[in-house]
Each structure stands twice: as structure tokens, then as C-alpha cells.
Design a protein around this ligand. Structure first.
Ligand code: MN
Length: 238
């Protein structure tokens, strides 16, 4: 078997390989390739309360979306099938340039490539049914195009983002507001704890949880998310 033709992927795979999921980067033409998407649950006390939970600091818990659930810079979020109660969750996105196992807290921020504005769109009705039955959340969380995300801003441009406004408006009406300093688990803690559970890798992204005010969207709604020091995200529900 010839080894001098490895650029011809048709000879390596029985079907065409899927495209690499990626996000854009502010002020750069190169893109950020995505390996995994980790999400943190109930990371703002006021949101934990609105979802019926005790806000006292309990260990963080995680779920995942699929890399190709990200919609990079998309202007449209298509209302997903099989749900009548789809909620917005505005979140700070953290993009990792390096990883590892058991990363010490003091080294965790060295893994960060940059930050972005993202939406953890949620089929709340399906998630609720799964919660009641003690089943996994994937059908509520990891559906097609469930994670609109804006460009990543490099740390060299925005620094490490850990304080400042995070909000979401729908049709110019404020729905969610909070401050990044209200995150129960800080970015460094999430990276360090995640690395005890998984081997973090370059290309992993973390959605860091949402402030209170999550609510349903309808077709035609115009969502406008903002994270101080990072930027804005404009997405219309179609
Ligand atoms: Mn979320």
C-alpha cells in the first residue's frame, strides 16, 4: 500500500470525513477548531434558585454539547423540532489552546486561548422530562444548532474575563442580567475540576453557565447577547 498519497483522504476513509467544527476569531482569518463542548450547570446562584435548586456551593456538574452543535457567527437560530418550550441561556464561552489531566488551579488560566459570547439554547420541556426520569439531558441540550456563538477574542486582546456585565435582550427587552463575578465556579476552577474528570485538549470549549432570567423564545424573536470585554451576539429565531 502506497504511503505517499495521504493527502488523498478518499483513500483513508470509507466515507467522506465530517468537516472540522470551528469558531471564528476576532481580527484573524484563521479559525479555532473545536474538539469538545463542555457545559456547566447552575453556575449563577440566582439561576439555580429560579430552576428550583439550593444555591449553596455544591460541586459543579457538567454536560456536553456536540462540536457541530455550534453555529459560528450565524444570524439565525432555527426553532428546533420536538419542542414547544425553547429557552435562551446567555453564557461566557472559554476556548482552550492547551489541556491535560489534573491541571493545578494556578496553571488553569494558561490553557485559555480566548473568550466568546454564546447561547446554550435548551429544549426545556424535553430537559424537564429527562430530569424527572433521571435520564441524560442530551435531547434537551445537544440538538442541532443549539449553540450559537460569536467570534473568539484572544486573551492578548481582552485579558482574562472574570467580571463585568453579562446580559441578554429579546426584542430590545432585557431578559437576563448578571455579572461574571457572580459565577459560583470561576473559569480557573472549572478548568481544573474538568481536568480531573476528562483529559482536556486544545480545541475544547467551555460554556460557563447562565445568569437568571431564562425564558422561552418564539419564531421571529431577535436575541441580543452581551458579555463585557468580549462583545455582542445577534441571533434571530427563524
Ligand atoms: Mn447553560
Amino acid at each position: 500500500m502506497s504511503t505517499d498519497n495521504q493527502a488523498n483522504t478518499a483513500s483513508l476513509y470509507v466515507i467522506d470525513p465530517p468537516p472540522v467544527a470551528s469558531l471564528s476569531i476576532a481580527n484573524k482569518t484563521e479559525r479555532f477548531p473545536v474538539h469538545r463542548v463542555y457545559c456547566v450547570g447552575r453556575n449563577y446562584a440566582a439561576h439555580a434558585v429560579e430552576m428550583g435548586h439550593d444555591p449553596d456551593k455544591e460541586p459543579p456538574f457538567f454536560f456536553q454539547k456536540n462540536p457541530d452543535n455550534l453555529i459560528a457567527d450565524a444570524a439565525q437560530f432555527p426553532y428546533p423540532k420536538m419542542s414547544n418550550d425553547v429557552h435562551h441561556e446567555i453564557e461566557l464561552l472559554v476556548a482552550l489552546k492547551s489541556g491535560g489531566d489534573d491541571i493545578p488551579l494556578e496553571n488553569a488560566l494558561d490553557c485559555v486561548y480566548g473568550y466568546g459570547v454564546s447561547l446554550d439554547m435548551t429544549r426545556r420541556d424535553l430537559q424537564g422530562e429527562m430530569k424527572k426520569m433521571g435520564r441524560p439531558w442530551e435531547i434537551g441540550k445537544a440538538f442541532e444548532m443549539s449553540a450559537p456563538a460569536g467570534p473568539i477574542v484572544e486573551v492578548s486582546e481582552c485579558g482574562h474575563v472574570d467580571t463585568g456585565d453579562i446580559w441578554l435582550k429579546v426584542n430590545d427587552e432585557v431578559r437576563q442580567t448578571g455579572d461574571l463575578n457572580q459565577m459560583i465556579w470561576k473559569t480557573s476552577e472549572m478548568i481544573s475540576i474538568l481536568s480531573t474528570l476528562f483529559t482536556l485538549q486544545p480545541g475544547d470549549v467551555i460554556l460557563t453557565g447562565t445568569p437568571s432570567g431564562v425564558a422561552a423564545i418564539e419564531r421571529g424573536d431577535k436575541m441580543h447577547g452581551h458579555v463585557a470585554g468580549v462583545g455582542d451576539l445577534h441571533v434571530t429565531v427563524s
